[in-house]
Design a protein around this ligand. Structure first.
Ligand SMILES: [Zn+2]
Length: 166
């Protein structure tokens, strides 16, 4: 699968899209209205959330990809929110925990078998409140001491956590 989304029809006129060389790469093209349909990666956010003891908050995923495996709290950015707002919202939805922005750890790109090409923006946040309670697409939410962290299912999450713990 080369394209990000399995888009088959022109979003403007509904005609069937083809592939055509445009600006040096094969792109989705509508022969009817002659528009190029540019494919872009989707932004996702994740957080390394630490409490006062330095423990790390993880979620066990309810859904694919990574179903049943541990990961950082994460999710898709919505329109009309900043990446930081998205990250703190996902944290609250998945774990019940309220966080405060600390710093940007890094920006990673990867390809998900389920969601296609992603840009993953990962922040470090301080836990400031809330009661831990798994929700949304998290099956469990739990704080782990640094020496007891289970394997994380996503490479970008492992790299970001490594940055925080180094
Ligand atoms: Zn069209």
């Amino acid at each position: 699968m080369k394209s990000n989304l399995m888009i088959k029809y022109c979003p403007y006129c509904g005609d069937k899209l083809t592939r055509k060389m445009v600006e040096g790469r094969k792109r989705l093209f509508c022969p009817e209205c002659e528009r190029v349909y540019y494919e872009n990666p989707t932004p996702v956010v994740a957080v390394v959330a630490r409490d006062k003891e330095g423990q790390i908050l993880l979620v066990k995923r309810k859904l694919e990809p990574g179903k049943g495996k541990w990961a950082l709290p994460s999710g898709f950015m919505e329109i009309e929110e900043t990446p930081i707002q998205a990250a703190l919202r996902e944290l609250k939805e998945e774990t019940g925990i309220t966080g405060r922005f600390k710093r940007l750890i890094g920006v990673y790109s990867n390809k998900s078998e389920v969601h296609g090409y992603l840009v993953n923006i990962i922040y470090e946040v301080e836990v400031v409140g809330g009661n831990i309670c798994a929700g949304d697409d998290a099956e469990e939410a739990e704080f782990f001491a640094v020496d007891q962290i289970p394997p994380l299912v996503f490479q970008s999450h492992r790299e970001a956590l490594g940055e925080v713990l180094k």
